[in-house]
Design a protein. Structure first.
Ligand code: PEP
Ligand code: MG
Length: 527
């Protein structure tokens, strides 16, 4: 058995056989070309295909690690459009009469070395992105197949890892890299994905094929561990999994649920596989978007019932249709709005289209027999709106009674996603059973920054002290009235915020399904 100290990049324990990834063995031999224009066309082709691949990877990454982290793949696409980089490669092909692979290799090496030597950590991380993009183009030129995905039971070792490779090995037990700044996009990504990651070992190749244990809490790597160590870590792994399955309680005895935000039954299944304590936000607008007409009461009832059965008694919070602004449904009418983000959206749309809301609430009440379903309403700013909702609920109950259809009590909640709602939370808390703080819109409306406008992205700051104070105030006011509070905006999934949010006293967090385990581990670590 060999025991080696390593640097922890992303915490956890991994046990498996070591596999040397060694990227694709790129063919970058130099050869003279016959026709410059044919070669430039070959290069342009590879560039277009690389861009298409990155577009797909971006979409995949948005789903698995969220929009912010996925942006790295947009940066990579921009590199492919960078005139200076592209022209340098074309110049090499033209002036030196060399093949595209070799020209890409030379230019990328030159640019990435220049960046690597920079004192600016941001620029030196860009060197990896350049290599990622250039390897992708070379692989395409080599007509190689895409990478293998299934690394279950394996710990994958890399000389240097790129963000797209992290996605490719996300099903492995863990990864080891020779070096890592800990701040590179690849490192942040492995942390966000909950992928065990250590670094700081030279000559990794010799370990290929051996059994290893990575203890990425203590920073130790065991090669060919003896029986006792293997037994210890196998049991530790099981107890860690067991703990993740449970609802967490802090040292003060308070329990914190980590639930999931989902758009569909399929996503709810992923949430379940990740030991989610329930569904904290079912964005039902996606049911409407995935249809070419308004979904019927029965269609909705079937979906809600299936999710409730799947979650078997755990809370499932169904948010009523939150359309308008950026969330448009192509068969609904949104005409006559100059400023849709401040227009007929969320509850306001429902108040104008009462029948749509009534159908949805009826479907939810019918499904209430199958579990702990809760109803939540978006974009609430006043007590009057809650009054409107309560009237509709009474109407629904009357209809169900007259049709002899049974139902259970359904808890009522609202999204707190405008500054006015946060400021009025002491009053609103008297009216409902729970709040869910939507930090995505709360940030947009508090800072007056369009959440979808890239031009003002730098002003979109959910960590703004003003936002944090609104969250704190909301939690305090809610608890005074025995009203539960959850946070379901993207802020809830930020591991750097977990401790602070726990301290503020929130009762649950609701995050992307793949983030549930990571956040649970993080809460436990901060206890
Ligand atoms: C929010 O606004 O934070 C939220 C969770 O809702 P959505 O992102 O669907 O607007
Ligand atoms: Mg919102």
């Amino acid at each position: 058995m060999e025991k080696i100290d390593v640097k922890v990049v992303s915490e956890g324990v991994a046990i498996g056989k070591i596999r040397y990834y060694n990227d694709v063995k790129l063919n970058i031999n130099r050869f003279e070309i016959e026709d410059v224009s044919t070669e430039i066309a070959r290069f342009n082709n590879a560039r277009i295909r690389a861009k298409e691949e990155l577009k797909e990877i971006y979409k995949e990454a948005v789903n698995s690690v969220g929009k912010e982290m996925a942006e790295i793949f947009e940066v990579c696409q921009l590199i492919l459009l960078d005139e200076e980089y592209v022209n340098k490669i074309k110049d090499k092909i033209t002036t030196e009469n060399v093949n595209s692979e070799y020209a890409i290799y030379l230019v990328s090496k030159e640019v990435s070395e220049r960046l690597k030597n920079s004192d600016d950590i941001y620029l030196s991380d860009r060197a990896t992105d350049i290599n990622d993009v250039s390897n992708r183009m070379i692989r395409i030129l080599n007509e190689r197949e895409n990478y293998v995905d299934d690394h279950r039971g394996e710990i994958v070792i890399f000389d240097e890892v790129t963000p797209s490779e992290i996605l490719r090995v996300s099903k492995s037990e863990g990864i080891i890299t020779k070096v890592s700044s800990g701040m590179s996009h690849a490192s942040i990504m492995s942390r966000n994905m909950g992928l065990v990651h250590v670094s700081g070992i030279s000559s990794l190749e010799k370990f290929a094929g051996k059994t290893a244990i990575v203890d990425a809490y203590k920073g130790v790597l065991y090669i060919e561990p003896d029986e006792a160590i293997l037994k210890y870590y196998s049991e530790l792994g099981e107890s860690e999994q067991e703990m993740i399955k449970d609802i967490l309680s802090t040292s003060s005895g308070k329990t914190i649920k980590v639930m999931a935000n989902v758009n569909s039954y399929e996503e709810a299944k992923i949430a379940k596989e990740n030991y989610s304590d329930g569904i904290g936000l079912f964005r039902t607008e996606f049911i409407y978007m995935n249809s070419d007409k308004l979904p019927t009461e029965d269609e909705q009832y079937n979906i809600y019932r299936d999710v409730l059965e799947l979650f078997d008694g755990k809370p499932v919070i169904i948010r009523t249709l939150d359309t308008g602004a950026d969330k448009r449904i192509n068969y609904l009418d949104y005409s006559g709005e100059n400023n849709p983000a401040l227009g007929l959206r969320g509850i306001r749309y429902s108040m104008n289209n009462k029948d749509i809301l009534l159908t949805q609430i009826k479907a939810v009440y019918r499904a209430s027999l199958y579990g702990d379903v809760r109803l939540m309403f978006p974009m609430i700013t006043s007590v009057e709106e809650i009054g409107f909702i309560k009237n509709i609920i009474s109407e629904v109950k009357k209809e169900l009674d007259s049709e002899n259809i049974e139902y259970n009590a359904v808890k009522l909640g609202i999204m707190i996603e405008t500054p006015a709602a946060a400021m009025l939370s002491d009053v609103l808390a008297k009216e409902v059973d729970f709040f869910s703080i939507g930090t995505n819109d709360l940030t947009q409306y508090s800072l007056a920054v369009d959440r979808d406008n890239a031009l003002v992205a730098e002003f979109y700051n959910p960590y703004h002290e003003g936002i944090l104070r609104l969250i704190k105030l909301t939690i305090k006011n809610a608890h005074n009235e025995n009203c539960e509070v959850s946070i379901c905006g993207e802020l809830a999934a930020d591991i750097n915020m977990t401790e602070r949010l726990c301290e503020m006293g929130m009762d649950s967090l609701s995050v992307a399904p793949v983030m549930v385990q990571k956040i649970k581990k993080n809460i436990r670590k901060n206890e």
